[in-house]
Design a protein around this ligand. Structure first.
Ligand code: DAH
Length: 334
C-alpha cells in the first residue's frame, strides 16, 4: 500500500511537470496552478485523504506529498518567470557595434547678453559697487512716479509700456528700465549707496536693428555726501577703458532724463561714428526727497546702459534681434 502510494506520487509529479512544460501562456499557467496547487487541486485532494490512511502510513504519505507540493511550487514559479522574460524583446547581439565612438553631447554656454552683463558688473564691483537684483514685474510708482515721471509726463511716451494690471490702485507693469531699482534700494538703506542692478526690461516697441521689445539693462547708483559730476565722469571713464580699452574715444553730451539733473548721454567712437551706450546724470533732488533723503546733504549720480548695445559694439553684431532669436548659429559663436 505504501509502495503504491509512492508510485502514484511519482506519477502525479511526472504528469504535473509534463503539463507545466506544455503551458505557455499566462492563462495556461494559471489553469495549471489551479489544477495542481489550487485549493481543490490534485495535491490538496490527496493531502486531505491522508487522514483516512492506516495510521502507520500517514506520516510518510503526508511528508512526501508536502515535498512534492514544494517542488511543484518552485517549478511553477520558474515557469512563470521564464514566460515573462521570453515575452520581452531582446536586441540581437550584433545590433550594437561597440567599436563605434560615442556621441558627444554638446555643452551649453552662457548667453552673450549674460556674458556681457557679468563683465560689466565685474568692472563696477571692482570699484566698490554692490550688485542687487529686483522684480521684472514692477509697480508703476517705482518704474515712473518716484523717478520724477508723473502720470501725464511726456517722458512716458518715450517708453511704451506693457501693462500687467492698469486697473488696480497700484498699477503693475513690465519694467521698461532698471531705474526703479534706484528707488527700491534707497527706500531700504541710508547713504552711502553704491549699487549696480542688472536685468531684463520690456517695451511695447516696433523692432528694428537697434530696438527690441525685450532687452537687458544695467543700472548704477552712487549717493553720498559730496558726490559730484566729476565722480560720475571718472567712474564712467574708467568703465569704458576697462570695456573698450584705453584708446577708445568717449563723448559726454547733455541729454534729458527726468530723474537726473543735469543729464548726459555717453557715446563711444565706433569707426568714426558716435554710438550711444548709456544715459547718466546727477540724481534729481526730487528723487532723493521722495525716498526721504536730505537733498541738501546728499548728492549722487546714476547711469543706465544696455549690455546688448555694448556687446554689439564689442563684437560687431549688426542687429540686436539676433540676441533673442535663439539661433544657434549666432549663439554658439560666443
Ligand atoms: N533708464 C534710462 C532709459 O532706459 C537710462 C538711464 C538714463 C538711466 C539716465 C539712468 C540715468 O540711471 O541716470 O532710457
Amino acid at each position: 500500500m505504501a509502495e503504491s502510494a509512492a508510485a502514484s506520487t511519482q506519477e502525479l509529479e511526472r504528469a504535473a511537470l509534463d503539463s507545466l512544460a506544455a503551458a505557455k501562456s499566462e492563462t495556461e499557467l494559471e489553469d495549471w496552478r489551479i489544477a495542481y496547487l489550487g485549493r481543490r487541486g490534485e495535491l490538496s485532494v490527496r493531502l486531505r485523504s491522508v487522514g483516512s490512511l492506516p495510521a502507520e502510513q500517514r506520516r510518510e504519505a503526508g511528508a512526501s506529498l508536502n515535498r512534492l507540493k514544494s517542488r511543484l511550487t518552485t517549478a511553477f514559479d520558474e515557469a512563470v518567470q521564464t514566460a515573462s522574460q521570453s515575452g520581452r524583446e531582446t536586441a540581437p547581439l550584433d545590433a550594437i557595434d561597440i567599436t563605434l565612438p560615442g556621441r558627444r553631447s554638446k555643452l551649453g554656454g552662457l548667453h552673450p547678453s549674460e556674458m556681457m552683463m557679468r563683465e560689466i558688473l565685474e568692472v563696477f564691483n571692482d570699484m566698490g559697487f554692490q550688485t542687487v537684483e529686483g522684480p521684472i514685474v514692477e509697480l508703476e510708482k517705482y518704474n515712473f512716479d518716484m523717478l520724477n515721471v508723473p502720470p501725464d509726463h511726456p517722458a512716458r511716451d518715450l517708453q511704451d509700456t506693457l501693462w500687467i494690471d492698469r486697473k488696480s490702485r497700484d498699477k503693475v507693469l513690465l519694467r521698461t528700465q532698471t531705474s526703479p531699482m534706484q528707488i527700491r534700494t534707497m527706500e531700504k538703506q541710508k547713504p552711502p549707496v553704491r549699487i549696480v542692478s542688472p536685468g531684463l526690461c520690456f517695451r511695447h516697441e516696433a523692432t528694428d536693428a537697434t530696438h527690441e521689445w525685450q532687452f537687458h539693462q544695467v543700472e548704477g547708483l552712487a549717493v553720498d555726501e559730496g558726490v559730484t559730476m566729476s565722480d560720475l565722469k571718472g567712474t564712467l571713464y574708467e568703465f569704458t577703458r576697462r570695456i573698450f580699452g584705453t584708446q577708445r574715444k568717449i563723448r559726454f553730451r547733455c541729454d534729458y532724463f527726468p530723474f537726473v539733473e543735469p543729464g548726459v548721454d555717453v557715446s563711444v567712437d565706433w569707426n568714426g561714428r558716435w554710438v550711444e551706450i548709456m544715459g547718466a546724470g546727477m540724481v534729481h533732488p526730487k528723487v532723493l526727497e521722495g525716498v526721504g533723503y536730505d537733498s541738501s546733504k546728499y548728492t549722487g549720480f546714476a547711469f543706465g546702459m544696455g549690455p546688448e548695445r555694448i556687446a554689439m559694439l564689442r563684437y560687431n553684431i549688426e542687429d540686436i534681434r539676433h540676441f533673442f532669436s535663439n539661433d544657434l548659429r549666432f549663439l554658439s559663436q560666443f
